[in-house]
Design a protein around this ligand. Structure first.
Ligand SMILES: [Zn+2]
Length: 389
């Protein structure tokens, strides 16, 4: 599926469509009697779609400071984080979906029919080798959680974290100290693996999988000799049932969404931003603005679910543009938690170093992150998002 391109004329058109709709709404609201009709329609749609019906403005200003004042108020008790690959890049884990990571290029020797085949369940069942070569490359545990991961942990410690929905499969949320109940691993996890035989389905641990990956033999079930696959979701597989069961209850009561390091391009994860009540403020910490309504994805985002940072009608969405770790530091600085976060990162990283017997400084704690790739990752890192365009 082609991803929307900011320079695409369709995007410009989307902007125009949005403007036209806003103008219509203004006209209707201005007319006598229109207001009541609009309220009726809003509440009808809201009820139908399970959205909060009140569109109350809870932020005194649409800035990071405004979000912080809201977070410090009684009103904000339950925070949901929605995260993607951008929160793990500073740990040296490349965004494998990005064509600039160079990972796909490294797999040329496997003669894939097209690069994405490596993550397709149908292809995997016939040719598992390319996936395992990449899995070795992406093996979780070689890297440390980032400042951003520990920020989510800090939210938990402050009693504010309702749930963290992650698209990442690198298990860094778990390494950072989040419990399975704090998490919805929407695209699965490397943490466990299962035999692909429907009759067997024997479970294997991360340690078992690691040993197979690094000995470069295709992991085979010890019971039935079928291929064993990490529990990550391939193209062509359903999302975990936990994703659907948790979102039913979580999004009804969420007070704040913090969306970090995701371009919100992958459905159905992207549609989560539209599941929160209409009053719930949404903070985006990302390299670029994303999630704005698109004429094609509009319905999937949920009615009125797209982000609106800049229009005259913007009332709850705030974008902080830049690196996720820097965004979390800026946010915690305003919250008065910055030192606590830095201490937590230092303590946890020292603990991981002691366990692995390594004293390699982590890129996330270095003065200029992302300049020192972890050992053995140089090839993947050279083109990781920093390639001159
Ligand atoms: Zn088996």
């Amino acid at each position: 599926m082609a991803e929307p391109d900011p320079s695409d004329p369709l995007e410009t058109q989307a902007g125009k469509v949005q403007e036209a709709q806003d103008t219509d709404l203004d006209a209707e609201e201005g007319a006598s009697g229109g207001e009541a009709e609009m309220d009726f329609l809003r509440s009808l749609f809201s009820q139908t779609l399970g959205l909060g019906s009140q569109k109350e403005r809870l932020l005194d200003e649409l800035t990071l400071e405004g979000v912080v004042r809201y977070m410090q108020s009684e009103r904000c008790q339950r925070v949901i984080c929605l995260v993607g690959a951008g929160i793990s890049t500073s740990a040296g884990i490349p965004d494998f979906r990005s064509p600039t990571t160079g990972l796909y290029a490294n797999l040329e020797k496997y003669h894939l029919p097209y690069p994405e085949a490596i993550f397709e369940i149908g292809y995997f069942k016939k040719h598992p080798e390319p996936f395992f070569a990449l899995a070795k490359e992406l093996y979780p545990g070689q890297f440390k959680p980032t400042i951003c991961h520990y920020f989510i942990r800090l939210l938990k410690e402050k009693g504010l974290l309702l749930r963290c929905y992650t698209q990442n499969i690198d298990t860094l949320e778990r390494v950072a100290g989040l419990e399975p109940e704090d998490l919805v691993e929407a695209h699965g996890t490397f943490y466990t693996s299962h035999c692909t035989s429907q009759l067997c389905r024997h479970e294997y641990t991360l340690g078992w999988m690691k040993e197979k990956l690094f000995s470069e033999v295709t992991p085979k079930c010890e019971k039935c000799q079928s291929v064993v696959k990490p529990d990550i979701i391939f193209f062509g597989e359903n999302l975990p049932s936990r994703f659907f069961s948790c979102l039913q209850s979580d999004f009804r009561k969420v007070d704040l969404l913090i969306i970090m390091g995701t371009s919100l391009q992958v459905q159905p994860f992207a549609s989560l931003i539209g599941k929160a009540p209409l009053s719930t403020p949404r903070l985006l910490i990302n390299k670029e603005k994303t999630g704005q309504t698109d004429p094609f994805l509009g319905m999937m985002m949920g009615l009125g679910g797209g982000m609106d940072f800049d229009s005259k009608k913007a009332y709850r969405d705030v974008a902080w543009l830049g690196d996720c770790d820097q965004g979390c530091l800026a946010l915690t600085d305003l919250l008065g938690w910055k030192k606590e976060l830095e201490d937590l990162v230092r303590k946890e990283h020292a603990h991981i170093d002691a366990q692995s017997g390594s004293s390699t400084p982590n890129p996330t704690t270095a003065a200029s992150p992302r300049t020192s790739p972890p050992p053995g990752k140089a090839e993947a890192k050279t083109t990781d998002g920093e390639k001159p365009q």
